[in-house]
Every structure is written in C-alpha cells, then in structure tokens.
Design a protein around this ligand. Structure first.
Ligand code: DGY
Length: 325
C-alpha cells in the first residue's frame, strides 16, 4: 500500500504504516501545502491519503486518485473535500471530531476576551515603547462578564463555548439547525431566530460548519442588525462571512470590533483590506493549535487510514453513506 501525506509530520506518527510494510510519500513542508500539480500527480499512486483543511480536494483531484481507498483529513471541518465525489467513488472520508472541541473553545473565548479588552493593542504599545502612561479612558474595551453571548452553530464547540460563557454569567442565546433542549435546561441557553440573536447579543460568535446553507450567512443585512457596541467572532470558516460586508461594518463603526481566526482565502492575501482596520483582531487559523490536541488529531488521522485500508469502518466518517452502498 502507498500512503500520501500532504504535510510534513514527525516520522514517529507514521510508524503504524511502516509496521504494516506500507510505503509513505510525504510532502517535505509542514507549513506550506503541496502544490496542486504535484498533488494531482502523487494522488494517482496513493491507496491512502493523509490530508488537511488546506488541500483543495475537489472533483478533479479526488477523481485522479484511481487507487484511492481512504481519505483521512486532520480536521473537524471537511468543506475542502468534495464529498459527493468520494461517495460516488466509494471512498470513506475520515475526520477528527471531538478531540479538538475544548482547544477550539478555549481559543474562541481567548479571541473574544482579547478583542473585547484590546489585549493585542495593549501588548504592542508596551513592546513598541508607545505607552504614554495610565489614563482614565486609555485602551478601554467592552465588558465581558454578564453580557449576552449569541452562538451561531451549537455543535460540540458551540456547546463548549457556552459552558465557558456560563462561568462569566453571560446570558446565552443560540441559533442552530436543531434545537438543543437539554442545553436550554442545563445552561439556560435560549433558542432564538438569527435576527433576534444578532440584535440582542453583545458577542456574536460564529461556529457553524461551512455548507451551502451557511455561505455568507453573515452579510451586510446581518451586520446591520448587530448593536453598535457588539463584537463579532468567527472561528468557523471564512466562507460563512461576506468579508466586504464585515469590512464595511467595521470601517463605518456599525459594530464595535471583530476577532477572526479564519478567512475566505488563507493565508490572508497581502493586499487584503482587513489589514487596515484597527478594530479587527486577526489570528492565523489556530483554533485547534494546541500540542496535545494536534497530536491526538494526527493519531486519529493515521488510525482512520489504517482502518480504511483493511476495509474496517473508520473511527469517524464524514460520509457514512459509503457504507450503505
Ligand atoms: C478544523 O479542524 O476544521 C479546524 O478549523 C482546525 O483548527
């Protein structure tokens, strides 16, 4: 068997492949993706694919994998993978839910706090020797404790963020495909329509997966519904937000600030207008970037490949329809 690994990872994680006598072709860079032309060529020889959220696994690329028996992505989101093609070719797609829930919720809350209290601006002022000294309203931000949080997408990560918000005595509103009545009882979360969530929340936190339905879920009309003092946080996928609409809402102070971990195009293009906004805090897609979490994600990704190549059900399958055929 031949496994294609599209990012450099430590060889020790790949031992389960070597122990089975399988061959590995690994891309030599950890922080840059395999170029498309190379991916198209290498996938032709692969039985198993160890991929990630930055590989564009569209129809053409998956279809080139004539020998492919399993695709395994080191991510909870699989919007970069053309699932219908994988289903059509009978290829199970593994992913890594669960293990990154708490890490991503921590990062979401850290981004919320940092945006509200202008943590990065403050740190830069001190480091760059621009701190004039204490002032009555110097670097004042927005209160977090007791303010209303609105969570769009109450899945695993949304729930974990809600639990953190509870500790800050924040009333919780949520909008989700399905109502989570058990969370309403346990956390006092209130299920509301999107418009109501936007107009009532001090913090709007977007955690919905990227699907056709959530494409540009946050656009001009939605930002206009938010309070002028509100903060928007996105740790889901860039496609869920109309970035020009967000740019305008921030530039025209229709909302107070935003914190982003994800973008329509990653890495953010050099000339992206977001860079001009002082009320936007940007992180480089590090939601799950915590050592233990990433290690657990790599292990699941490898295990999914091992199972897929011997015809066993994967630990987590993004397209269970393949098993129904
Ligand atoms: C994922 O796994 O989809 C996350 O975006 C990683 O941070």
């Amino acid at each position: 068997m031949q496994i294609l690994v599209t990012r450099k990872v430590d060889e020790e994680y790949l031992q389960p492949f070597y122990q089975r006598g399988w061959q590995v072709e690994m891309w030599h860079e950890a922080d840059h993706p395999m170029p498309r032309t190379q991916l198209l060529e290498s996938i032709r020889h692969a039985d198993g694919l160890f991929t990630n959220l930055a590989d564009p696994l569209d129809q053409e690329i998956i279809a080139a994998g004539k020998k492919l028996k399993v695709i395994s992505t080191m991510a909870v989101g699989f919007d970069n993978i053309h699932i219908p093609t994988a289903i059509q070719m009978g290829i199970p797609v593994g992913y890594t839910p669960g293990v990154l829930t708490e890490a991503t919720a921590d990062l979401t809350f850290a981004l919320l706090m940092a945006t509200a209290r202008r943590i990065v601006e403050g740190a830069e002022v001190v480091r760059e020797k621009r701190w004039p000294g204490w002032g009555p309203f110097y670097l004042t931000g927005q209160p977090v404790y007791g303010r209303t949080i609105g969570i769009i997408g109450m899945g695993r990560i949304g729930e974990a963020v809600a639990r953190r918000a509870r500790g800050f005595q924040m009333p919780i509103l949520y909008h989700n495909r399905k109502r989570r009545v058990e969370l309403e009882h346990e956390l006092g979360a209130m299920y509301v329509g999107l418009e109501e969530l936007l107009s009532r929340s001090d913090y709007v936190v977007l955690l919905a997966p990227a699907t056709k339905e959530t494409y540009h879920l946050m656009g001009r009309d939605q930002f206009k519904l938010m309070k002028k003092s509100a903060i928007f946080i996105n740790v889901s996928r860039g496609q869920n937000v109309d970035e020009m609409a967000l740019y305008e809402a921030l530039a025209q102070h229709e909302i107070w600030a935003a914190g982003l971990d994800v973008y329509q195009e990653e890495p953010l293009p050099a000339d992206h207008p977001f860079r001009q906004l002082p009320n936007l805090l940007m992180l480089p897609h590090i939601g799950s970037a915590e050592i233990d979490t990433r290690e657990a994600m790599v292990k699941i990704t490898v295990e999914n490949i091992c199972r897929g190549l011997v015809g066993e059900p994967l630990l987590y399958t993004a397209n269970p329809q393949v098993y129904e055929r």
